[in-house]
Design a protein. Structure first.
Length: 341
């Protein structure tokens, strides 16, 4: 009896000491270290802008207050960065990825070149549930949906690669609404698309309103760039006069295609992840720090200065949203696959 009591006491003591050690180690986990945020686009675009603002503030919300740097890894519409996070980055809590959520749908659809399993990433969160829009230059002559639908020649739009919203939005609009579109893909980021549109090489492009508003503000204010259509269920407060794409759908199939191909991916568009295999305790620390950062008054003031909206989604909610992609009905998947082939 006494032996059992002493064994019980010894076991409890060991558990307490282990818990204390673990707590101490996580309290100081990031001390003297550097967190690297890998962004799947070139510098100057919306993704890069969000990550750099987050990088300026997240360090103080992580135990040990590490330094934080942003590394741009553009290419193949964010695919190079996503594959790197899955296959190369160490699961040590010191590398976080920021790439486009549309790639996860591309995995479901069987796109070649995807070397990751979306269900194995550790999801940290999303700073904003996007509103996707198409913005075209006044010089292109396409300043309304009516003019676009009536265009006798394909309208040139810029893209960064399959899986990116710059490519998927035009593909869905073309398949669902029959819009005349010629996609010119392969640009390193939305900054390059903007420059190409301003030079007359392109008519414009489609990506998030928040990014366009932050990085193309002068052209919007002057009227040299016009937002022609938005892919949301309800108009964005700042775009009350811009029509919704779904209102131009003629059938239920077209409406479902727009919803599954644009609405749902937009909610998880700006996702942040940790590599598979990252310790669960570190994942939770990163999730908490991410949400604390987005609610930080200093961060919010910085984001406002950069014209960035904030409407966060937690890592837990994001993980559930991703899991839902793998439960789409086969008939709808076939239609999406055809549209995004």
């Amino acid at each position: 009896m006494r032996k059992n009591i002493w064994r019980f006491i010894a076991s409890v003591t060991a558990l307490v000491l282990t818990a204390a050690t673990a707590h101490s180690s996580t309290d100081e986990f990031y001390k003297g270290k550097t967190l690297r945020i890998i962004v799947g686009t070139a510098a100057g675009g919306g993704f890069d802008t969000y990550s750099r603002v987050i990088a300026r503030h997240i360090g103080k919300h992580l135990p040990g207050n590490p330094g934080v740097i942003v590394q741009n890894m553009p290419g193949a519409g964010h695919l190079i960065a996503a594959n790197h996070l899955y296959r190369v980055a160490k699961p040590d809590g010191l590398t976080m990825g920021n790439f486009i959520g549309g790639l996860l749908l591309r995995q479901v659809l069987g796109q070649p070149g995807i070397e990751f399993d979306a269900l194995k990433f550790e999801y940290v969160g999303v700073p904003l549930k996007d509103t996707w829009v198409c913005a075209l230059t006044k010089a292109s002559g396409i300043t309304s949906m009516e003019k676009w639908l009536g265009s006798k020649t394909p309208v040139k739009l810029g893209g960064t690669g399959p899986g990116a919203n710059t490519d998927d939005i035009p593909a869905i609009l073309k398949a669902a609404l029959g819009l005349p579109i010629q996609l010119v893909t392969g640009y390193k980021g939305t900054a390059d698309i903007r420059l190409a549109a301003e030079s007359g090489e392109l008519a414009g492009g489609c990506w998030s309103w928040d990014s366009i508003n932050a990085t193309w503000s002068k052209a919007l204010e002057s009227g040299d760039v016009v937002v022609v259509v938005q892919m949301t269920a309800q108009p964005h407060p700042e775009l009350s006069k811009v029509p919704l794409a779904i209102n131009f759908a003629r059938t239920e199939d077209e409406r479902q295609l727009i919803q599954s191909g644009t609405y749902d991916p937009a909610a998880m568009n700006r996702l942040y992840v940790l590599p598979p295999g990252t310790h669960k305790e570190i994942v939770q620390i990163a999730r908490n720090a991410f949400m604390d950062t987005l609610n930080d008054p200093d961060f919010k003031a910085d984001a406002k200065k950069s014209k960035l909206d904030v409407e966060p989604m937690s890592g837990e909610e994001l993980a559930k949203t991703v899991a839902g992609l793998f439960k789409l009905k086969p008939a709808l998947l076939a239609k999406l696959k055809e549209a995004l082939k």
